[in-house]
Design a protein around this ligand. Structure first.
Ligand code: UD1
Ligand code: CA
Length: 476
């Protein structure tokens, strides 16, 4: 559908009193992303960001900072006096700014995050076809309590007579099954003509946007309803428990998507996988794994239990043994990590390289086939191919003020328990003796020893023990 002539307003100014949280409601997260960012992402598939008006109010600076990168416009609702009042602010924005008023205005709720672009399009299409003044997205959940109810002229007609908020339902309306999702499309002129006529004469003492429906009907303008295909998509998030229900629904959808793409996920309900994560076919994910943010994992990998991977790119045929923690790391094909490897930001692990037990890396490039298998810290280092980093090796990269780089050439052997004090360069093929403290550059193919020479005193131990025997003999 051509959505020229459409703009979108997102209501996101409310406090979310029912959450009992300091954080503004629309910044609470489901599926690893703030509620409002889900809604903005859906909106941006319909119209450009310049046609999206985000209504902010409670903690507006914080909300603005969190979503400004999306390029949407903001409308301030300094005092939150209801959803109708929120749209009054949008009308005032157009009047004051002189921006052209769009023919149609889609209204989304910042706290209804699972709305799908297809559904928004379906609302717009019906709105046009029916030449409606207002089109309302509805659903029929198992328990409608708490939602506003949409009453139709008769069950089969799309036409609506009114929306009644939960607290205003008459006894015979309490079972009305069809809920208002809080998502609408308006002919903008029709909406704007009614906003100033709203009153606060209701249970919450607020301006209800929902009252516009009956006002338009009274004016003989068409108000129609369209039912969402899935109930989950229009569920609101007014409490933390409701949000966690949405979170579970979203993550279940993600694991289903990945499995349909050929990924094996054992006990998917135990895994926490964010919506944008990509995984190649024939990769196996074990229980209790977290894959977060913009993580991409290739094909034929295995991610063993308790690994947490954030914003990282992993190649093909990689094995993550149990308990690996990756944050913004890049891992080449055929690499082997863990158990309990910690790859911090800017860790570039080359193809077929190994980072083993209790190894930590940070701002490191490790060349193809290089290995650091045990108890090692590698920070601010450029390490070539085919390097063997022994157990307990440490790059001393920080002098208390500045960070320094350690450069290790191809084929170097770094003996166990060595400390490499940066800045330092070790040439190709060099050999560092175990237990060395290396402070000066090492030329290619050289052997470097940086430790005290061993002293051996033959018979010393036996003499020490013999020294004590007289004491024992006297007692006898
Ligand atoms: C609203 C609808 C209800 C519907 C439900 C669906 C009204 C009067 N009621 O109720 O019919 O079933 O959504 O989820 O509209 N907001 C503002 N400014 C305000 C008040 C709210 O921007 O002054 C924003 C909130 O941040 C939220 C959205 O509007 O994102 C909905 O507000 P909320 O208070 O949650 O309305 P509900 O009681 O859920
Ligand atoms: Ca709500």
């Amino acid at each position: 559908m051509n959505t020229a002539g459409f703009a979108i307003a997102i209501m996101a100014a409310g406090k979310g009193t029912r959450l009992k949280s300091k954080r503004p409601k629309v910044l609470h997260e489901v599926g690893g992303r703030a509620l409002l960012l889900h809604v903005i992402a859906a909106a941006k598939t319909i119209v450009p960001a310049s046609q999206i008006y985000c209504i902010i109010g409670h903690e507006s600076d914080r909300v603005r900072d969190a979503v400004a990168h999306t390029g949407v416009k903001f409308v301030l609702q300094a005092e939150q006096r209801g959803t109708g009042h929120a749209l009054q602010m949008v009308k005032a924005h157009f009047t004051l700014s002189g921006e052209p008023i769009p023919e149609n205005l889609v209204v989304l709720s910042g706290d209804v995050p699972l709305i799908r672009p297809e559904t928004i399009r379906a609302i717009c299409t019906l709105h046009r076809e029916e030449k409606a003044a207002m089109t309302i997205l509805t659903a029929v959940p198992t328990n409608p309590t708490g939602y506003g109810r949409v009453l139709r002229t008769n069950a089969d007609a799309p036409d609506v007579t009114t929306i009644v908020e939960q607290k205003s339902l008459l006894p015979h309306q309490l079972d009305a099954p069809e809920i208002n999702s809080g998502i609408y499309c308006f002919r903008t002129a029709a909406l704007f003509s009614k906003l100033d006529l709203l009153s606060t004469n209701n249970a919450h003492g607020e301006f209800y946007l929902t009252d516009v429906a009956a006002m338009l009907v009274e004016d003989s303008q068409r108000v129609v309803a369209i039912q969402a295909e899935s109930v989950d998509e229009v569920l609101g998030a007014n409490t933390i428990a409701e949000m966690m229900h949405l979170d579970a629904a979203l993550r279940a959808a993600t694991t289903r998507r990945l499995m349909s793409e050929g990924v094996t996920i054992f006990r998917p309900e135990t895994c926490v996988i964010d919506a944008e994560v990509q995984v190649g076919p024939d990769t196996i994910i074990e229980p209790f794994v977290q894959l977060l943010g913009a993580t991409r994992i290739g094909s034929d990998c295995r991610v063993r239990s308790y690994s947490v991977v954030q914003d990282s790119h992993i190649g093909d045929r990689v094995l993550l043994r149990n308990g690996c923690i990756l944050d913004r790391a890049i891992v080449g094909d055929d690499a082997l990590l863990g158990p309990y490897a910690h790859l911090r930001p800017e860790s570039h692990i080359g193809p077929a390289a190994h980072i083993g037990n209790f190894c930590e890396t940070k701002n490191v490039t490790l060349g193809a086939g290089s290995k650091a298998n045990h108890l090692t810290y590698l920070g601010d280092a450029v390490i070539g191919a085919g390097v063997n980093v022994g157990a307990g090796v440490i790059t001393c990269n920080y002098d208390g003020t500045h960070k320094h780089t350690t450069t290790i050439g191809d084929g170097v052997f770094v003996g166990s328990d060595s400390t490499l004090v940066a800045p330092l360069t070790v040439g190709n093929g060099a050999y560092i003796a175990a237990g060395s403290c290396i402070t000066d550059d090492v030329e290619p193919e050289a052997l470097a020893l940086g430790r005290a020479r061993q002293v051996v005193k033959p018979g010393w131990a036996a003499a020490k023990r013999a020294d004590r025997t007289p004491v024992k003999a006297n007692r006898d």
